[in-house]
Design a protein around this ligand. Sequence first.
Ligand code: GUN
Ligand code: FE
Length: 429
Amino acid sequence: MSKKAYLVKGDFISSPKPDQLVLHEDATILVEDGRISEIYEDAPKGASDLEVLDHRGKLIIPGFADVHLHAVQYVTRGLGYDKELLPWLNDYTFPEESRFKDPAYGEVVFKDVARDLWAAGTLHCAIYSSLHTDASLQLMDKLARAGLSAYVGKVNMDRNSVEALEETTEESMEETLRFLEGAKAYADKDVLPILTPRFAPSCSDELMSWLGQKCQELDLPVQSHVNENFGEIAWVKELFPQSRDYLSVYEDFNLLPQGRTIMAHCIHNTEEEMKMFADKDVMIAHCPDSNANLASGIMPAGEMLDAGLRVGLGSDIGGGNRLFIGHAIESAMRLSRLLWFQTDHAYRTISFAEAFHMATAGGGAFFGKTGAFLPGYSFDALVIDDSAFTRYRPLSLFERLQKFIFAGDDRQIAVRYRKGQALAKPLFD
Ligand code: GUN
Ligand code: FE
């Protein structure tokens, strides 16, 4: 059987490695069965009867990956940013998440989340639902219908919540199994389940042990939060006195599967924890907006990259307020520059290429070969019509990318391709 193949023309730019930008201006990419086979700097030689998708004059970048956000906080994003993490969770977040007990609420909110992720060009995400199984499956359904690739977590939390948002240890276990069963329906759409102990303070030892067992038995990935806020870290020390540090709590319960763990925030880490991130090949979800909004601190992104860690960007909706990952790129750069200045240059700034890498190939690595224009990679791309930015003066390809990230938004995204297919706007009704 012949392969489905076509050519794509345009101005391509991607960042396969942290401090590398690869530019292919007025180039042609051969896509076969949804994957990039070849990149021609000029038109391929010889006559070809292949279909041509002609985006000449447009900027083409990899689709974005958001490695940490909460679908159930979409409605309350932007609220309560005069608080720190723990009161913010209790006063805003937990009460809002309790509303997802009602399937009618999830039905409307998740349509908005999926449509807005599609609009923002976030083709891959690792996303939390609430503790409610039905809501979590509804979220999977909406993401699958939007054509997006995702890891979705039914949150586990059997202690330290508010009355309206509680599950017992037994319920948490039973509902996780029901979630994993229901999730099977979406596997062929690249919408997959991920174990999600909310954070160590939300889970009893018994629940953590059980989740660790399931993780090993069923070979499942894990996502959670670590080292976000000093009050949180001190609380974890009290709750788990036997563990060396916060990250070790997860390791002690077998919840850091090799290369298959996403840890959000990772701001205040010990040297041993830095080593453990590397040993377990943890995907660090850098969430600069949330870290600033909740006064959690500034993750030293440059030093994390220098340590060889894998780093992706997270919008962390609703600790973060903007879904567009370009905004997280902007915030990651800004915070690194403030950290450099305020510490008398003890920490380094990150480059544009590093921040763009985190938003694309960096975070994308959790989902497979995506996020860069390289042979063998999935053709997951955004076509950007930036004519509004180039009409007054010409810009280089690199300048066009900067302009789109810092001054643009989803309005410039003309076409989204995932696995080589253009994604139509999801129409849920
Ligand atoms: N830690 C535990 N839960 C949460 C959450 O919902 N948001 C953030 N930012 N941190 C958390
Ligand atoms: Fe979070």
